[in-house]
Design a protein around this ligand. Structure first.
Ligand SMILES: C[S@@+](CC[C@H](N)C(=O)[O-])C[C@H]1O[C@@H](n2cnc3c(N)ncnc32)[C@H](O)[C@@H]1O
Length: 293
């Protein structure tokens, strides 16, 4: 809120006054916030990279010349850059593709590089180094597409050996159309590893609340798609099958608490009322899918 003090005393003078009083300046507060965000983002980026490497059959050797598509990479492109370092030809597609932020990404990528040198000295850094040198992560070692999975315009049929994502399928605004597009761009015999978070994103402690709202509506805008669609894992599995994929595995890695499920059951909207507990319990899991030959 702008007060009379703010209107009368120029910004520079206020900064000077804060320094004189030993208080942090606006720039120092912003820098401290960025540092805190980076401190949390670095271990997270390395964790996703470790998980991706554990999912990809035969990795890291199999990555050489593998053509892969990562969906919804999020705020930074660390996992893709390490996979590209192993020789993978990586394309990223994101409906809200993260632009290069000069106040964040140079410091973040330097910090993640230092942490990788300490924790994973075997991970190859050339692609990450190229991004740091270019001060740009949208081009260079990675190909990036600013679009949703629903429409991968310009991507030829049967382009990818592997598709991968973490916490993205629950944000798709048109799941059947997105899966058709995923099938189209996957090579026959190609695989997909997709971790999906089926929780109501408005409150992870109450992960099934959106199943109680008959009019739970999602628009194609960021606020709405960020909340998560309310498809259940077996419904997504069925849609994958109907699209033509083989579902080789659904590995559930988080379940709703039985007491909470009992609380939700009498409140469920009509569409979910007939679902068995076994269909409602899983709230997170990874699909391993294959486009048949
Ligand atoms: C929860 S974030 C996950 C980010 C990252 N994968 C991670 O592990 O932290 C969801 C990501 O999916 C992207 N996204 C949302 N809707 C999408 C769509 N229809 N197609 C592709 N990406 C989408 C978002 O912009 C965001 O980058």
């Amino acid at each position: 809120m702008r007060t009379l003090f703010h209107m009368l005393v120029p910004f520079r003078l206020r900064q000077w006054g804060r320094r004189l009083l030993g208080l942090p300046t606006v720039e120092e507060i912003a820098a401290a916030r960025t540092a805190a965000v980076i401190q949390a983002a670095v271990p997270y980026a390395m964790q996703v990279t470790r998980v991706y490497l554990s999912w990809i059959p035969g990795a890291p050797q199999s990555l050489a010349r593998m053509r892969m598509l990562e969906l919804g990479p999020g705020r930074d492109f660390t996992p893709a850059l390490i996979l590209a370092g192993y020789g993978a030809d990586v394309t990223l597609a994101d409906l809200y593709l993260e632009p290069w932020i000069p106040d964040y990404h140079p410091a973040f990528y330097q910090a993640v590089r230092a942490a990788i040198r300490r924790r994973h000295p075997d991970w190859p850094l050339p692609a990450l180094d190229e991004v740091i040198a270019r001060s740009e992560h949208g081009r260079g070692p990675l190909r990036t597409l600013h679009c949703g999975l629903e429409q991968l315009a310009g991507v030829p049929d049967q382009s990818f050996d592997l598709t991968i994502s973490n916490a993205v399928f629950e944000h798709l605004y048109d799941v059947p159309q997105a899966l058709r597009e995923l099938y189209r761009v996957t090579k026959p015999g190609g695989i997909g590893c997709h971790q999906v978070d089926f929780r109501d994103h408005r409150d992870f402690a109450r992960p099934l609340e959106f199943l109680c709202e008959a009019d739970y509506l999602r628009r194609v805008d960021r606020d709405s798609t960020d909340q998560g669609n309310n498809l259940r894992p077996h419904e997504m599995g069925q849609l994958l099958l109907e699209t033509g994929f083989q579902v080789e595995e659904f590995a559930c890695n988080l379940s709703a608490d039985p007491a909470y499920l009992a609380d939700v059951r009498p409140r469920l909207a009509d569409r979910f009322r007939h679902f068995a507990d076994e269909q409602l319990q899983p709230v997170s899991g990874r699909f391993l899918i294959r486009r048949p030959h």
